[in-house]
Design a protein around this ligand. Structure first.
Ligand code: HEC
Length: 184
């Protein structure tokens, strides 16, 4: 079967016009396809790295168990601690040092009993190191309150932040070392 002139022409158009055009387009697309592959390789790498990190970051904090009501009370008390730090910062920013001192005493001081039975109830469940970090934090917050009251006269922000970070270093140290669970 012989080809008609028109059929021959359209084959020629395909061979000499469409095909070269397609190959050029393909060549142009190749680098971006390669980049895409590289990107997904990177993604896999990152994924693997993160999984490795998670495995390495095994929780080595010492587990401390409290009776359930004491556990709930302690966590609620912790949230009050954070609120107190937040409040102190806010009040300091407004130059309201005496109120900041009161917020520190109320939210972080010894007066801030853990639980309705008064402070010390959970001491029997705490490892020695945890007890030390806890009572040191309360003492340091009393120092913070003093520094804040002094600031009414001295306006010494550096002293305030130094004192505040002494308190928060105990938050950090204890959180790094211990975790809690309610007793079953
Ligand atoms: C003596 C130890 C100790 C000190 C000091 C301490 N915490 Fe905690 N805190 C803990 C433990 C233990 C947990 C429970 C962590 C866990 O089980 O993962 C906790 C939990 C918390 C939580 C989570 C509460 C929730 O509802 O889950 C907050 C917020 C918190 N602490 C804030 C603070 C702040 C702010 C300070 C310092 C001003 C502070 N803590 C000082 C031991 C401490």
């Amino acid at each position: 079967m012989s080809l008609t002139v028109i059929e021959k022409r359209s084959i020629d158009v395909f061979r000499f016009k469409v095909l070269p055009c397609l190959s050029v387009m393909l060549l142009l697309l190749l680098p971006s396809a390669k980049a895409e592959m590289k990107h997904s390789d990177n993604h896999m790498d990152m994924h693997a790295k993160m999984m490795g990190m998670l495995n390495q970051q095994e929780d080595t904090r010492e587990l401390v168990r409290y009776p359930k009501p004491m556990y709930d009370m302690t966590l609620s008390n912790m949230r009050e601690h954070l609120r107190a730090i937040h409040l102190v910062q806010q009040l300091v920013a407004q130059g309201r040092y005496t109120e900041a001192a009161e917020a520190s005493e109320k939210g972080l001081g010894m007066g801030n009993n853990h639980g309705t039975e008064g402070h010390g109830m959970e001491h029997q469940f705490m490892p020695e190191g945890m007890k030390t970090l806890g009572s040191q934090m309360h003492k340091r917050s009393a120092d913070l309150a003093l520094t804040l009251r002094d600031a009414e006269i001295t306006d010494d922000l550096k002293a305030i932040f130094t004192s505040l970070s002494q308190v928060t270093s105990n938050c950090v140290a204890c959180h790094d070392a211990y975790r809690l669970e309610p007793m079953q």
